[in-house]
Write a protein that binds this ligand. Structure first.
Ligand SMILES: [Zn+2]
Length: 178
């Protein structure tokens, strides 16, 4: 018996930060956890970090048209890219979700044991997937974890370099001191 994963993680096509999604029974994707916002967001008033703000000087009709246009040209194309990324490789996206959240890719429950984590599926849900899908998930979990390790490794290197630069800077300052 085969089934489908419902939880996915893909990088934001624009900012590169990770985004998390749940596919509902109608097949619609919603940001996870519920209430989270990813991607371009529209604000009523300007504020720090608010890139998209509805212009204040519009009458009701123009305001409505402006918002419609924003959704058509900004929000919907972004969502289409996210959807394409998930649909392009749903196994990798589900495995990435499970690896990053240690949650079952099918039901979203947290995975307690190592075997479930490696498979990205809890012991009940794993029986609903064909063996080839499960082994593809295991491979993709490994890949997602390796990518995360690599990311951490980079961050560690950068902070080490920053520490060296700081130490050398202080040494130079000490040498130049009268
Ligand atoms: Zn499950």
């Amino acid at each position: 018996m085969t089934d489908q994963a419902k939880y996915f993680a893909v990088a934001d096509p624009e900012s590169g930060t990770m985004t998390f999604w749940r596919r509902d029974n109608r097949g619609e994707l919603a940001a996870w956890p519920r209430g989270t916002e990813f991607g371009p967001t529209l604000w009523k008033r300007p504020g720090p970090g608010r890139e998209h703000v509805i212009p204040a000087d519009l009458d009701a009709a123009a305001r409505f048209a402006w918002i419609q246009d924003w959704h058509r040209t900004i929000r919907r194309p972004w969502l289409a890219k996210v959807k394409a990324a998930i649909d392009g490789d749903p196994v990798a996206a589900a495995a990435r979700f499970a690896a990053l959240q240690t949650c079952c890719a099918r039901c979203g429950r947290s995975l307690e044991d190592a075997a479930s984590r490696a498979r990205a599926l809890g012991s009940d849900c794993v029986t609903r997937f064909a063996p080839d899908v499960v082994s593809a998930l295991v491979r993709e979990v490994g890949r997602a974890l390796a990518a995360r390790e690599a990311g951490n490794e980079d961050a560690a290197l950068i902070s080490r370099e920053a520490a060296y630069a700081d130490a050398f800077g202080r040494l130079r300052d000490a040498e130049n001191a009268p």
